[in-house]
Design a protein. Structure first.
Length: 673
């Protein structure tokens, strides 16, 4: 006869008396795998569901500290209802912060809450007062100094109260409650299972205004290759428009093998300069400078001059090589090889890029490759570069970028990286999680009110906003959209206003943008005719049709309005005309509110009624308010949700209204803030 086996008793938890549950913590990216992002001076607002079994009162704190700090700071979390809690903490230093949550059953608050109910029900509470005295005495044991003495005295007084009435008054004293709250019993507290992280960057990561130009096209006269000295002269022009970042395409030597000619021709002329992204020649590779641009000293002087003007230089980080790059000879194993032994050039079938050899991040010597690429970044950081626009990061290893960015920022925390990755959304978002400070977007191809509303609601309304900082570009050397090709000057004005107001960071490729260059190399193509990627261009920066005055005004408006310096605070408002896009942005303290209305039709005047969400604007339903158009200088007195607008794209395609609410002075007359 077989005897039934007694089931083995499962192992007990280390501590089974912890009763508090902590769930649905926000913000939290991928279960804490990646940090959220903030800039110095901001706050991190944290929410969580914190609750326990039974009916006892729960208390919880938000714990936070800079990564280098040994001790945690704590902020008491406040209830929002339905077991949801919230607290926030400031981030004041560049680097990493950690945060988590701790919750416990608060027996003193539970006792006090129940005591009030018993008193209101007319019950005898003598025994309950003795129980409270014991809780106060226990708190005294956790205290020290004057607080300990005060708590011991309160415990004695409660035990020795001559009458229940006196005991009730003492037990319900708010000062006593506040004193006990300082020394809660947290011996059975539950701590959230993860320490979450915040990557804190300098303000430029959140708010920046970029201008891209090719140094070789910066000469003051046609027919000459530009130099860094010419770029220095160009800086005054750029600063005058209000930009704070000057982005330069690659400044390195350009290979001659398979060099591309004008308009991407495979048969270059003898004097064709080649593409700056075809990096490497006998003159050097990624730490060398193209001889025609000047010297390293010239470059460092350019960096210093930009800094004097309140700007900084961003360099292109393009990890690819020409057949003439020194690495091809010294480290052929860093590249993939074809069956015939030749190195595999870049392809995006059916396109072929014979002048580019992509690096092989699965190379057997991947450690040596990573180390060399790291050295490239640190080389330019040592020359004063603090911003990098990274070319096609989605074609390189995810693990490499996470490692590289963490390494660079550990040594130089103020260095920022912009990801130029026009690829699948999940890939773009993942690169941002890995550490990229800003990211290019699909903005250039979102044209209708419906498309723009949906896309920017995605970017600013969900978890994506915690780690993905969009940088909006209406054009780049690779992107001349159909909207710009056929919309004329008004199309450029519309895209400028949208980029500069929908995003806290935006950029333009100039002077092509301000001169409204719109000719494509062929029908259906987004490539510029006579693209600077393959030839040197000279332009008249003072051309009377230039959008320079409008760009200057837009950047001035951005600097004057804190609401436009962050991506948060964006609200879309309905319009009865689908060609009118209306949205507002508010500063963190809501002291600055801007309402933008844009006519998306670049050919016709459009009019209609916008239906404003007054609560989002901080305006009461019956409150009159003034709107001042920062573009056209008009002032209008509005009241209520529905207001009429009319915009002629040939004059000005948008209103940028600064909201001014009415206030009453001590002299009892109305004015607008």
């Amino acid at each position: 006869m077989t005897r039934a086996r007694r089931p083995q008793e499962p192992a007990l938890p280390a501590e089974g008396r912890r009763r508090v549950a902590i769930e649905r913590v926000t913000p939290e990216v991928d279960a804490g795998r990646y940090p959220i992002k903030r800039v110095t001076g901001e706050h991190v607002s944290v929410e969580a569901d914190v609750f326990a079994d039974g009916h006892e009162v729960v208390a919880c704190v938000l714990r936070w500290r800079p990564a280098h700090a040994e001790h945690w700071a704590e902020t008491e979390m406040q209830p929002l209802g339905n077991d949801r809690w919230r607290a926030s903490f400031p981030v004041e230093q560049i680097g990493t912060y950690h945060y988590t949550i701790e919750g416990w059953v608060d027996r003193f608050r539970t006792w006090r809450t129940d005591l009030v109910k018993r008193i209101e029900a007319g019950q005898d509470v003598g025994v309950e007062l003795l129980a409270g005295a014991a809780l106060i005495a226990a708190a005294a044991q956790r205290a020290a100094g004057a607080d300990r003495a005060a708590l011991e005295a309160h415990a004695r007084q409660l035990r020795d109260a001559a009458g229940v009435a006196a005991g009730r008054a003492l037990a319900l004293d708010d000062g006593l409650a506040a004193l006990v709250d300082r020394y809660p019993d947290r011996s059975l507290a539950t701590r959230y299972g993860r320490e979450l992280a915040v990557r804190v960057d300098r303000e430029r990561a959140r708010y920046s205004t970029w201008y891209e130009f090719f140094p070789r096209s910066a000469a003051s006269a046609p027919g000459r290759h530009g130099t860094f000295a010419d770029c220095e002269q160009r800086l005054d022009y750029i600063a005058g428009m209000g930009f704070d970042v000057v982005y330069l395409p690659p400044i390195h030597p350009i290979g001659s093998s398979f060099r591309k000619g004008a308009n991407n021709s495979l048969t270059p002329a003898e004097d064709d300069p080649g593409s700056p992204w075809a990096i490497g020649s006998g003159a050097g590779g990624h730490t060398a400078i193209h001889p025609q641009l000047g010297t390293l000293a010239d470059f460092e002087r350019l960096v210093g001059r930009a800094r004097e003007l309140g700007m900084e230089i961003a360099l292109d980080l393009a990890f690819q090589c020409t057949p003439d790059h020194p690495w091809v000879t010294s480290h052929p194993d860093w590249f993939r090889h074809r069956p015939d032994g030749a190195i595999q050039y870049a392809e995006n079938p059916p396109k072929k890029y014979q002048d580019i050899y992509p690096l092989d991040f699965e190379s057997a010597d991947w450690r040596g490759l990573w180390s060399e690429l790291r050295a490239v970044v640190h080389y330019w950081v040592a020359r004063g570069v603090r911003l990098f626009r990274v070319d096609n990061p989605h074609t390189k290893s995810f693990a490499f970028w996470e490692w590289l960015i963490a390494d660079v920022q550990a040594a130089e925390p103020d260095v920022l990286f912009l990801a130029e990755a026009f690829t699948r959304p999940k890939v773009m978002y993942h690169l941002a999680k890995l550490g990229f400070s800003q990211s290019y977007t699909y903005f250039a191809w979102r044209n209708t009110a419906e498309e723009l509303t949906a896309y920017f609601t995605e970017l600013t309304g969900g978890e994506v906003r915690e780690y993905f900082r969009p940088n909006l570009w209406p054009n780049t050397p690779d992107i001349l959209t159909e909207y710009l090709q056929f919309g004329g000057r008004p199309a450029f004005a519309v895209r400028l206003v949208l980029a500069a107001t929908l995003g806290a960071s935006y950029g333009i490729y100039g002077p092509a943008f301000e001169l409204a260059e719109h000719e494509a190399v062929a029908a259906g193509s987004e490539e510029y005719r006579d693209s600077e990627k393959y030839q040197v261009r000279f332009r008249d920066l003072d051309h009377p049709s230039s959008l320079r005055p409008l760009i200057t005004r837009m950047n001035r408006i951005r600097r004057a309005n804190a609401a436009l310096q962050r991506d948060a605070g964006l609200t879309f408002h309905p319009s009865d005309n689908p060609m009118l896009l209306c949205y507002s942005k508010a500063s963190a303290d809501r002291a600055n509110v801007v309402v933008v209305v844009v006519n998306l039709d670049v050919r016709h005047t459009q009019a209609g009624w916008v239906d404003l969400d007054l609560a989002a604007l901080g305006v009461a339903d019956d409150e009159p308010y003034q709107v001042h158009d920062a573009l056209g200088d008009g002032r209008f007195l509005w009241q209520g949700r529905r207001n009429f607008v009319e915009l002629d794209p040939r004059a000005m395609p948008a209103h940028i209204f600064r909201l001014r609410r009415r206030a009453r002075t001590e002299q009892d007359f109305d004015y607008y803030l």
